[in-house]
Write a protein that binds this ligand. Structure first.
Ligand SMILES: Nc1ncnc2c1ncn2[C@@H]1O[C@H](COP(=O)(O)OP(=O)(O)OP(=O)(O)O)[C@@H](O)[C@H]1O
Length: 254
């Protein structure tokens, strides 16, 4: 098993003549819950689309599971489950039926539907029409779709967008459970720093297409705590929150 499940090497990308990513070298540790954090428009979705082979950056090597996506796209993508913002669901069908369609499309084993329903806590609601689901339940169903085929890596782009605090908490509990009980590596993009802080083990912080930091959240906190205590000359400076750190990285005081 490779120690980094996702690796990019100075990845840059432009839409036409407009550069939006600048030499981003991401390293996502296997087994981590990796928060890919940055404000709107910072380049998170573009990076994720590149990782999934949906768009291509000429001359760049992107590796998933240690293999280059461009050369081994299909076998790699079989090991990845992805959800980009809101899932495409059939509202007039039940949760179970939506998953069965997904299972057939992915050629996943029988029994997978029941398994993923249980993983996301939707077993009791499986026979209800999706049109009667809350937004949070729809997102969980989207994650269940991504889990069909038992992928080792889940890539979720802003999965909590539009959810109320209860819905966000449900997704957080679900993702922590998927990591701890099922050993999934989860790459999750978000601009909700306070929320991410409660669930991630590692972070990458991106702003305007530049990667400002990546590493474990403990490392980030310790590093920034030292920097901020130096600046304030007060060693008892409180442990900074991710929001403090983000502001400090994007508007450095020194
Ligand atoms: N298809 C496209 N054509 C041209 N420019 C694009 C396209 N998609 C995104 N962009 C631009 O690229 C930049 C990065 O966008 P991207 O969607 O990757 O950021 P993001 O961090 O995911 O933001 P958000 O959270 O708003 O989705 C933005 O300036 C955006 O306007």
């Amino acid at each position: 098993m490779t120690s980094h499940i996702v690796q990019t090497d100075r990845l840059s990308y432009s839409y036409g003549d407009r550069p939006v990513l600048h030499e981003v070298s991401l390293q996502v540790p296997t087994g981590s819950v990796f928060g890919f954090l940055g404000p709107n428009g910072s380049g998170k979705t573009t990076t994720i689309r590149l990782l999934l082979g949906l768009i291509h950056a000429r001359g760049h090597r992107i590796k998933l599971f240690g293999h280059e996506i461009r050369r081994h796209r299909l076998p790699i993508l079989r090991r990845v489950g992805a959800l980009i913002e809101t899932p495409t669901l059939y509202p007039h069908l039940s949760g179970w039926q939506n998953l069965e369609i997904g299972r057939l499309a992915r050629n996943a084993k029988r029994g997978q539907v029941e398994k993923v329903l249980e993983m996301v806590g939707l077993t009791r609601d499986a026979s209800r029409k999706v049109s009667s689901y809350s937004l949070g339940m729809r997102q969980r169903l989207g994650i269940a779709l991504a889990l069909l085929g038992d992928p080792e890596l889940l890539i979720l782009d802003e999965p909590t967008n539009g959810l109320d605090p209860g819905g966000i908490r449900e997704i957080r509990t679900l993702l922590v459970g998927l990591s701890q009980s099922y050993g999934k590596t989860i790459l999750i993009s978000s601009h909700l720093l306070a929320e991410m802080e409660k669930m991630v083990t590692h972070v990458a912080i991106i702003n305007a297409g530049y990667l400002l930091f990546q590493g474990s959240i403990d490392h980030l906190r310790a590093d920034q705590h030292d920097r901020m205590s130096d600046i304030s000359n007060d060693p008892s400076y409180a442990i900074p929150t991710l929001e403090d750190i983000f502001l400090n990285l994007t508007n450095p005081l020194i």
